[in-house]
Design a protein around this ligand. Structure first.
Ligand SMILES: [Zn+2]
Ligand SMILES: [Zn+2]
Length: 379
């Protein structure tokens, strides 16, 4: 059996823990191309590595699995396979998805309970904010429907005043062990669903669940500098746990909407500034309204060309949970006038004459010399 050297999923894919979906996908594609068995025929190491990165991507591309992976960590994932003699190999690989679901109780939190007590599911909330809000940060109130502890039974699931008894199938442990291929897989007891107890008279409010859906209003603090894909965790604000166990977490996924002036590249704000041909030729000053609320005066040096980039230090985005701010980059677009008055045309022709040297034959202009050159080639 080939053993893949497995490390942290993020490390396997060479991405940061905050990498967004697009980054993950491209990182995976690159690595998959490199390590694909078709490209490395007969190389067992390459094959094992290819499986490992596929498995890592398989987990991280799924927001629910990723949140669970982030929460439980790699250790929990590894330890979930008891008595199977390690991971790796083709047989193991095909079973991993199933084992993963078992470990994490069907995806997102759920009634797991293998390590520590069972807890409620993690939840995801997508929030769209403007670039200005990403710059300044914001406090926001959100309203979510979430399973909360039932008040009637205090989360116990039993009708008040009635008794619960120990489950006789699992003897109160809430777990059962089963052989699955090479592995011994621990499963939640189907009789008591992991609680170890059986309710004889279920609470009528929550039908024995211990939880009911409630609308909750939460205040969320978005720190300055968040970007697309930033996730903010609100500990304990996810679903209430089954039978009064601890709640899961709520993850706020940030989406920053497009801005009419700025494009963002990390902490750099990029914008285009159209300037007239006279400003380009003679130099001058333009004003750009920054996200900091200031009007930044940008000096345009005489003779600037279209496409030239100017940098205004410190006028970019703040560093998330850090100090300082990035820069603003202004890309110059020299605009050719399209509607000219008769007087303007007259002036430009006059300018053209000085340039082509018709006015003073001694100082032959560049374009005139260029034309001569081309004419010369044609002969
Ligand atoms: Zn209840
Ligand atoms: Zn049981």
């Amino acid at each position: 059996m080939t053993m893949a050297t497995t490390t942290d999923y993020y490390e396997l894919l060479c991405v940061s823990r905050t990498a967004d979906d697009a980054t993950l996908k491209s990182a995976y594609r690159k690595l998959a191309m490199q390590w694909h068995p078709d490209r490395n025929p007969g190389d067992a190491h390459a094959e094992a590595h290819f499986k490992a990165i596929s498995q890592a991507y398989d987990c991280l591309k799924d927001p629910q699995k990723r949140a669970a992976y982030d929460r439980f960590g790699h250790e929990a994932y590894e330890n979930g396979m008891s008595g199977g003699g390690g991971r790796g190999g083709a047989e193991g690989f095909s079973d991993l998805g199933d084992i993963f679901d078992t470990i994490f109780g069907g995806g997102f939190g759920g009634a797991g309970g293998r390590r520590g007590p069972a807890r409620g599911a993690d939840l995801r909330y997508d929030m769209e904010i403007s670039l200005e809000e990403a710059y300044h940060g914001k406090s926001s109130e959100i309203s979510i429907d979430v399973a909360a502890t039932c008040d009637t039974c205090d989360g116990k699931g039993a009708e008040p005043g009635t008794k619960v008894r120990t489950c006789n199938l699992c003897g109160g442990s809430g777990k059962m062990r089963a052989q699955q291929g090479f592995f011994v897989v621990e499963r939640t007891c189907p009789n008591c669903h992991g609680s170890g107890q059986v309710i004889e008279n279920p609470c009528r409010t929550c039908r024995g669940e211990g939880r009911v859906d409630k609308q909750q209003t939460l205040s969320v603090d978005i720190p300055p500098g968040v970007d697309n894909g930033t996730r903010i965790r609100l500990t304990g604000k996810g679903e209430a746990g089954p039978k009064g166990s601890p709640p899961g977490d709520l993850y706020i996924f940030i989406h920053v909407s497009r801005h009419r002036i700025f494009e963002r590249d990390g902490t750099t704000l990029v914008t285009r500034a159209p300037i007239s041909i006279t400003t380009a030729a003679l130099g001058g000053e333009i004003e750009i309204p920054g996200l900091d609320g200031k009007r930044h005066r940008i000096n345009i040096p005489a003779g600037i060309q279209s496409g030239k980039q100017l940098r205004q230090r410190g006028a970019g985005m703040p560093v998330l949970q850090g100090r300082g701010t990035g820069d603003m980059v202004i890309q110059i677009d020299v605009e050719t006038p399209t509607r000219l008055t008769a007087r303007q045309k007259e002036l430009l022709r006059e300018f053209q004459d000085t340039e082509t040297g018709q006015e003073s034959p001694e100082s032959t202009g560049f374009f005139a010399r260029l034309k001569e050159m081309w004419d010369g080639i044609g002969e």
